[in-house]
Design a protein around this ligand. Structure first.
Ligand code: F6P
Length: 361
């Protein structure tokens, strides 16, 4: 009988509850213990952990947010913080962990895994855990699930929450278009996504926007002329409104953030059009998850349980003593595939660094 902990970390995303439900139900179905770690890594450090029952996760799939709470936990970024978390896990005999979150959260999980053996030895040497517990928990069985509206995991076609966020963006812009049309206005719509332009770019296509700014291809210094030329040309053939999507994290050639106010001023000065800014903010993370995010959450939660239990068998097999390798659940086409977590983290870091480098060159 194993103890499997599940937590959500970083920004919440719609569909996380479905993933938590699948983790709990599959764990219990297989006769193991499941633990809900509250408020992300903060709960792992403070011991804010409840043993899950079958009923805990009834009627949750349709709910947005994270039913077990989430946080951006600074203490877990430190070795001391992670060691405190390990101590709590040894005390509760939780040697299997499923982390649902974005790249920063998964990176924290990978660090805990790498330090786990050392933490176990130290805790035993300090007399904080018994030899029996140290032996039982010699391995941390870890699996990651990408839960983030940003869809910025390099190996996964979709992260949990990005589909719903796109629905929210489309709904909001559909709502803006008619008022824009009545007043012949331009709307600059600011969308989230951090360093990733997926939300901005795909939403722009879906709402027939006239212009999109996204971080992967930063605008050159001539963007005000290009943008205004584009607006003029579509107005010429009778268009009464314009939507411009401005992704978060878009910078100019000097690495300075381009904000909605700047875009508005350029258009008003150059074209004399009336411009309004709509910042969609956390509405993008709100509301009920779409069918796709529910299904994705459920499938990934289920696969993550199979994954952490599979690595348990590896340790008990002739290759016992070998370190297990943490995997992250990724969507590839219609299939859920596993990818080595440390490699995915490295690739994402490199891609972000290369993008920043390119943008400043
Ligand atoms: O990572 C998800 C995300 O919504 C990003 O798109 C955004 O930059 C950030 O989180 C906002 O964070 P917070 O909710 O802490 O303001």
């Amino acid at each position: 009988n194993h103890g499997i902990g599940v937590l959500t970390s970083g920004g919440d995303s719609q569909g996380m509850n479905a993933a938590v439900r699948a983790v709990v139900r599959e764990t219990l179905r297989q006769g193991h213990r499941c633990y809900l770690v509250r408020e992300g890594y903060t709960g792992l450090i403070t011991g804010n952990i409840d043993q899950a029952t079958w009923e805990h996760v009834a009627n949750v799939t349709h709910l947005g947010g994270s039913m077990i709470g989430t946080s951006r936990c600074d203490e877990f970024r430190t070795t001391d913080g992670r060691k405190k978390a390990a101590k709590i896990m040894f005390d509760r005999r939780i040697f299997h962990l499923i982390v649902i979150g974005g790249d920063g959260s998964l990176m924290g999980a990978q660090k805990l895994k790498e330090e786990w053996g050392r933490f176990g030895e130290e805790l035993f040497a300090e007399g904080k855990i018994t030899e029996e517990v140290a032996n039982e928990g010699r391995e941390l069985h870890l699996a990651g699930i990408v839960g983030s509206i940003d869809n910025d995991c390099i190996e996964s076609d979709k992260s949990i929450g990005s589909d719903t966020a796109l629905h929210r963006i489309c709904e909001a812009i559909d709502g803006l278009v008619m008022t824009a049309q009545s007043h012949q206005r331009v709307f600059v719509v600011e969308v989230m996504g951090r360093h990733c332009g997926y939300l901005a770019l795909t939403a722009a296509i879906a709402v027939e926007a006239d212009y999109v700014f996204y971080p992967e291809i930063p605008p050159d210094d001539k963007w005000p002329e290009q943008l205004c030329h584009q607006l003029e040309s579509v107005r010429k053939y009778g268009k009464r409104q314009n939507v411009i999507i401005l992704g978060e994290g878009v910078t100019n050639s000097k690495g300075m953030k381009i904000g909605g106010k700047q875009v508005k001023e350029e258009i008003e000065t150059r074209l004399g059009l009336e411009v309004r800014i709509a910042t969609l903010g956390h509405l993008q993370r709100g509301g009920a998850p779409t069918f796709l995010d529910r299904l994705l959450g459920l499938r990934m939660g289920h696969e993550a349980v199979l994954e952490v239990l599979k690595t348990t068998e590896d340790v008990g097999s002739p290759i016992a003593g070998q370190k297990t390798v943490a995997q992250v659940m990724c969507l590839r086409g219609h299939n859920i595939e596993r990818n080595e977590l440390s490699r995915v983290i490295r690739q994402t870091e490199t891609a972000n660094e290369e993008m920043q480098q390119r943008n400043y060159d």
